[in-house]
Design a protein around this ligand. Structure first.
Ligand SMILES: [Cu+2]
Length: 215
C-alpha cells in the first residue's frame, strides 16, 4: 500500500510538472483575465485509475492474460491529464517480473476476456491501413506509448506526453505487452502478446471497434 501511495503521489507530481501542460495552463489563464469564460477553458478533470489484476475471465476492470508475467494481485495505476491541445499520461505498476522490459499503450476499446478485445491503439491521425504498422502513424507522438522496465522489486513508472487531447478520441484501456514497442517500418507499434489490460475511460467518444490481432 505504501508503494502504491508513493506511485500515486509521483504520478500527480510528474503530471503537474510536465512542461507542455504547464504551458497550456499558463496560456489558458494569463494574469488578470480569470473570468468565468476563461474558467470554461480549464482542463478536464484528471483520469485516475488504480486496480489489482485479476484473471481474464473474472470480469474485473484489470485483467491478466499471462499470470507468469503479470501475476494476479499485481497493481496498476494510470493517471492522465488533458488540456486543450495536450495529454500527459502516467502508468505505474507494482508486482510484475523484476528487471524486465514491457511494452504498453493506450488502446481504443475496453478490456475483455480475450486479449484482442481492447482493439487497436488510439491514434490522433488514424492510419488508413489497419493494423497500423507504418511509423508515420504508429509512433509515440501519434499514439500513447507507456513502455517500462521494472526495477528489482517488479515496480515501474512510465510517462507519455502527446500534443493532442485524448478525450477527443476513442481511448478506453491501457494494455501491457510482452516486449518493447517497435518503431521499424512494417512492425511499428508492435510489442508482442497482450499480457494484461486495465480499463481506463479517457474518452468521451462512444462505440467499440472490432478487435485486431498483431498489436
Ligand atoms: Cu498495445
Amino acid at each position: 500500500m505504501r508503494r502504491l501511495a508513493v506511485a500515486s503521489a509521483l504520478a500527480i507530481l510528474v503530471l503537474a510538472t510536465l512542461p507542455v501542460l504547464a504551458g497550456q495552463a499558463f496560456a489558458a489563464a494569463p494574469a488578470g483575465t480569470a473570468t468565468p469564460a476563461r474558467a470554461a477553458a480549464a482542463p478536464d478533470p484528471p483520469v485516475l485509475v488504480s486496480e489489482t489484476f485479476e484473471p481474464a475471465d473474472s470480469g474485473a476492470s484489470a485483467l491478466t492474460y499471462n499470470q507468469r508475467l503479470v501475476p494476479v494481485g499485481a497493481r496498476v495505476t494510470v493517471a492522465s491529464v488533458s488540456a486543450q491541445h495536450a495529454t500527459a499520461t502516467l502508468l505505474a505498476v507494482n508486482g510484475l517480473v523484476p528487471d524486465r522490459h514491457y511494452g504498453a499503450h493506450v488502446h481504443m476499446n475496453r478490456c475483455g476476456r480475450a486479449p484482442d478485445d481492447s482493439g487497436p491503439h488510439t491514434q490522433w491521425r488514424a492510419d488508413p491501413v489497419q493494423p497500423s504498422v507504418n511509423p508515420k502513424y504508429a509512433n509515440p507522438h501519434n499514439e500513447i506509448w507507456l513502455d517500462f522496465t521494472t526495477d528489482r522489486d517488479g515496480n515501474a513508472v512510465a510517462a507519455s506526453e502527446v500534443r493532442w487531447p485524448v478525450e477527443k478520441k476513442m481511448a478506453r484501456s491501457v494494455v501491457i505487452h510482452d516486449h518493447g514497442t517497435s518503431s521499424a517500418p512494417g512492425h511499428a507499434g508492435e510489442a508482442g502478446n497482450r499480457l494484461a489490460c486495465v480499463d481506463v475511460d479517457f474518452s468521451h467518444a462512444g462505440g467499440q471497434v472490432p478487435g485486431v490481432t498483431m498489436r
